[in-house]
Design a protein around this ligand. Structure first.
Ligand SMILES: O=C(O)CCC(=O)C(=O)O
Ligand SMILES: [Fe+2]
Length: 334
């Protein structure tokens, strides 16, 4: 397949199997890409095509279920924002996102009373009609968890910090989240919002895009650049907490998806490598040359970035799913 051009840098994870120089080059490319773009293509990650195909097959099976089966696991029934969201159930910047999706997050016993964000802990909703679904998703989560942890350690080194500086935040009850997403084709002459412009609220997102399907756009220097999928690559971006951890040396970048044309559709699977709800990201003491390039954390009165992941995540969930918020968390809405 010929590759459409995109300006995003390509970072090759197989360098980690090489010499010390290769490893250093990897850390440098990771740091530079996320300083300049906040986004990159990740190749050499070791996840084979068969595994990726199996995931897309599970996604297609899920979306092809009768509506009643999907509504059986509807997110409206989940105070923890897990399960199926039909078209029109999700909002970005107050406008409807034209996509359907199922959200699956890490499952833990709730801790009980405490900060409001602890309400996000709890069970998933698994589609009863698809007995294999859970195993396929769990396998995917495990593989991506390992890649996520590995990347965090390399980032730490590339930023001049101890290799394990981020480990604590992920050591217990990491609140990872995965979505299977389907963007249907539609008349795009009016509204093209598949998902509206946003930054991800967590640490790191590993995004798998259906081969050949464009639509993702990333903000860079005031323009939108197209990010078509690259064969065998993940699209990786950092979330607001990495901006927080580095005083804005690394950049959480606005991105959005444009709806496909009528007759087409687009599947994607974002995996959000998130820390524990109660964790606060460490603030890295950057070496002087990097500190001189730190831009500070974005100050937006409509989107205040908290270093405590649970606060940042709850804010994002209440905003994206107002129907779920009204049903289950009316006391948190002002
Ligand atoms: O579907 C995509 O390509 C991106 C989705 C996304 O940015 C998100 O769900 O946060
Ligand atoms: Fe996103």
């Amino acid at each position: 397949m010929s590759q459409p051009r995109s300006a995003l840098p390509i970072v090759d994870m197989s360098l980690l199997n090489g010499t010390d120089d290769d490893r250093r080059a990897f850390g440098d490319s990771l740091r530079t890409a996320t300083h300049e773009y906040g986004f990159f293509y990740l190749v050499g990650h070791g996840i084979g095509r068969d595994v990726r195909d199996r995931l897309f097959a599970a996604a297609r099976e899920f979306f092809a279920l009768p509506e009643a089966d999907k509504l059986d696991v509807e997110m409206l029934g989940s105070p923890q924002f897990r399960g199926y969201t039909r078209f029109g159930g999700e909002y970005t910047q107050g406008s409807i996102d034209w996509r359907e999706q199922i959200d699956v997050a890490a499952e833990y016993e709730p801790l009980g009373d405490g900060p409001a964000y602890l309400r996000l802990d709890g069970p998933n909703q698994w589609p009863a009609a698809l007995p294999e679904f859970r195993a396929v998703i769990t396998d995917w989560e495990n593989r991506l968890h390992a890649i996520g942890l590995n990347l965090m350690r390399e980032w730490a080194v590339g930023l001049g910090a101890d290799r394990d500086v981020f480990d604590d935040a992920f050591a217990e009850r990491p609140h990872t989240l995965l979505k299977l997403v389907r963007y249907p084709g539609r008349d795009t002459s009016q509204d093209r919002q598949g998902v509206g412009a946003h930054k991800d609220p967590g640490v790191l997102t590993l995004l798998l895009i259906e081969p050949g399907k464009g639509g993702l756009q990333v903000e860079h220097d005031g323009d939108w650049i197209d990010v078509p999928p690259l064969d065998d690559a993940f699209v990786v971006n950092i979330g607001e907490l990495m901006e927080y951890a580095t005083d804005g040396y690394l950049k959480a970048t606005l991105h959005r998806v444009r709806s496909p044309e009528v007759g087409a559709e687009r599947l994607s699977v974002p995996y959000f490598f998130n820390p524990a709800l109660s964790s606060t990201m460490p603030r890295i003491d950057l070496p002087a040359d990097l500190a001189a390039q730190a831009r500070g954390v974005t100050l937006d009165p409509d989107n205040v970035i908290s270093g405590t992941f649970g606060e940042n995540m709850l804010k994002a969930r209440l905003r994206a799913h107002p129907d779920v918020a009204r049903i289950h968390h009316a006391d948190l809405l002002c």
